[in-house]
Design a protein around this ligand. Sequence first.
Ligand code: AMP
Length: 207
Amino acid sequence: MKKNMKKIECITVYASASSALAPVYNQAATELGGVIARMSCDIVYGGGGIGLMGKLADGALQQGGRVYGIIPGFLDGLEQGHTKLTSQQVVTSMRIRKEIMLDRGDAVVALPGGSGTFEELFEALTLKRLGKYLGPIILINTNKYYDGLIRFLEQSVREGFMDTQHLQMWSVIDAPAELEAALKNAAPWSEDAISFAAKDTRRRHEQ
Ligand code: AMP
């Protein structure tokens, strides 16, 4: 059975495209870029030069990190792509971009974001639940931004929509400085997750 014993060499980062955020969010994104570069890990991300994506990339590049963008042509055409990346791959759709971003990384990190970040994060969680993605998934809870989302995920376990084992799929940290430890401490995960992906209603009623 395949397990996530892989060395973390490249991290997939999801992050907001918004440039209208409080400084605390921008600082955390820049800091995350620097932390990942100093861990000698590559970054693969949405390729944006704007919002937290831009701060993340700049933070990593300033520290000599390698940053790979995967951007759909229509966004690059709107000049929203970062121009100083190690490489910028232009693809035909958001879907293809998401698949490449997840395949290339050995772990997922989500900075605060909106619907785009949520979608990317939830796809990673769903694939992990099905045993198709095995890497750690870390949420950076800057300014307690993700508190409501975390409570909602826990509620979905309490109400039987997910299993208690699914609580092990993600970890939450307050600041990028905790990333390395969170990656080391992430619960191992295997393809066997498919065996408890759908919660068994009979077990639920017996509880
Ligand atoms: P959001 O959190 O809604 O701002 O969406 C950000 C996420 O969706 C990022 O992780 C990107 O992969 C993708 N995305 C959304 N808007 C853009 C954009 N303008 N440029 C590049 N990627 C974007």
